[in-house]
Design a protein around this ligand. Structure first.
Ligand code: NAD
Ligand code: GLY
Length: 349
């Protein structure tokens, strides 16, 4: 006997992304703020002054990508149980992408799922990680390999948090902004080229447009069955670079910057991007001190490394590339491996 269950496919959950000074937030339920000592020292007092709830706890977890683990998530769950948080409770992620991804994942599994709110404090988290519901942790097998698609209740993006962010972290966020512009919006790219992205009004516009573009993608393809993969432009190369360098030399956005330059060189060879446009993208990355060079010691080994990526399917490498010019995209899984290796060899210095 077969008993079919045919749920009605639901559209992705609706929620608001508020880009403004953090407003007073009032919750009728118990709330736990998950943060780390760095962010707590700089910003927790101001956030606590704005939060009212039936109960407010603060859970600090250690700072760093190396703590983005299932053990840290278990420690968050443990503290929730110890403080007798029930299914009505809410988690608040106060921090960068590491805190956001772990808090979202903890929320997705605590008593089969409680709500969570994102208050991102790095540029990378404000323009990318806090939006779209990818949550999770790293394992020894690779980055973000355990997790869930789990959307927040709301995202509060306050650009004032960025005043304390080290310049290098800020630039790493700009790399993800440039990624969005190159893939989806030529006018936005022109705007990024024409403005100082440290200046307050440019910052707000840069965040707002990035978030709009990301929301459009997530609305169409929440679970990354197609279009959402375009957000991985530069990442196929970046993941190999991060892995080869032991995750210590480059911030993720820096590796993505190099990865975009590599993808662009491939796109130029395939006639998908003009040389002048590839040079414009490289120049914009360099303006913010982002790395654009990388010595590929062994192109063959680098190519083989693509197959360790969870996004490599059916023995084929899917390259996300500009689709003819800045502001357009294409996905190609038919690129001649010899051509890829030749392009990589040019990065050998
Ligand atoms: P991060 O969270 O490690 O933050 C970088 C550093 O900045 C940390 O030391 C942090 O404590 C500190 N910091 C945070 N806010 C600060 C502030 N306002 N002032 C001073 N210091 C501050 O790194 P990140 O770049 O924000 O995020 C990277 C993580 O995000 C990775 O784990 C990546 O996998 C994930 N990510 C997730 C998505 C997604 O869609 N969920 C997208 C992109 C990246
Ligand atoms: N940062 C890639 C994504 O959210 O899909």
């Amino acid at each position: 006997m077969i008993v079919p269950i045919e749920p009605v496919p639901a559209p992705p959950k609706r929620y608001d992304i508020i880009i403004d000074t953090l407003p007073p937030l009032r919750f009728e339920v118990p709330v736990a703020i998950v943060t780390n000592p760095t962010v707590a020292r700089l910003h927790l007092k101001r956030v606590l002054e704005r939060i009212e709830a039936s109960k407010v706890e603060v859970f600090e977890v250690p700072d760093g990508e190396e703590y983005k683990t299932i053990d840290t998530v278990l420690s968050i769950l443990d503290r929730l149980f110890a403080a007798r948080f029930d299914r009505s409770s809410l988690l608040i992620a106060l921090g960068g992408g590491v805190i956001g991804d772990m808090t979202g994942f903890a929320a997705s599994i605590y008593q089969r799922g409680i709500g969570f709110v994102q208050i991102p404090t790095t540029l990378l988290a404000q323009v990318d990680a806090s939006v779209g519901g990818k949550t999770g942790v790293n394992t020894r097998w690779g980055k973000n390999l355990i997790g869930a698609f789990y959307q927040p209740e709301a995202v509060y993006i306050d650009p004032d948090f960025l005043s304390t962010l080290p310049k290098r972290e800020y630039a790493a966020g700009i790399a993800e902004v440039i990624k969005m512009a190159v893939m989806f919006d030529r006018e936005f790219f022109d705007f990024l080229e024409g403005h100082d992205l440290f200046e307050r009004s440019s910052v707000v516009r840069m965040i707002a447009r990035s978030v709009e573009l990301k929301a459009e993608v997530v609305n169409q393809d929440e679970k990354e069955r197609g279009l959402r993969a375009v957000l991985n432009y530069g990442h196929t190369f970046a993941h190999v670079i991060e892995n080869e360098t032991g995750y210590g030399r480059y911030l993720h956005g820096e590796a993505v910057a190099i990865g975009m330059v590599m993808a662009n060189e491939l796109a130029v060879e395939l006639g998908l991007l003009g040389r002048a446009e590839a040079d414009r993208i490289r120049a914009l990355l360099e303006r913010y001190g982002l790395p654009v060079r990388y010595r590929v010691e062994d192109p063959e080994a680098f190519y083989e490394h693509f197959f360790l990526d969870k996004k490599t399917a059916g023995g084929k490498v899917k390259f996300i590339l500009p689709g003819g010019s800045i502001g357009t995209h294409t996905m190609r899984d038919d690129v001649d491996p010899d051509l890829v290796r030749r392009v990589l060899a040019r990065f050998g210095g």
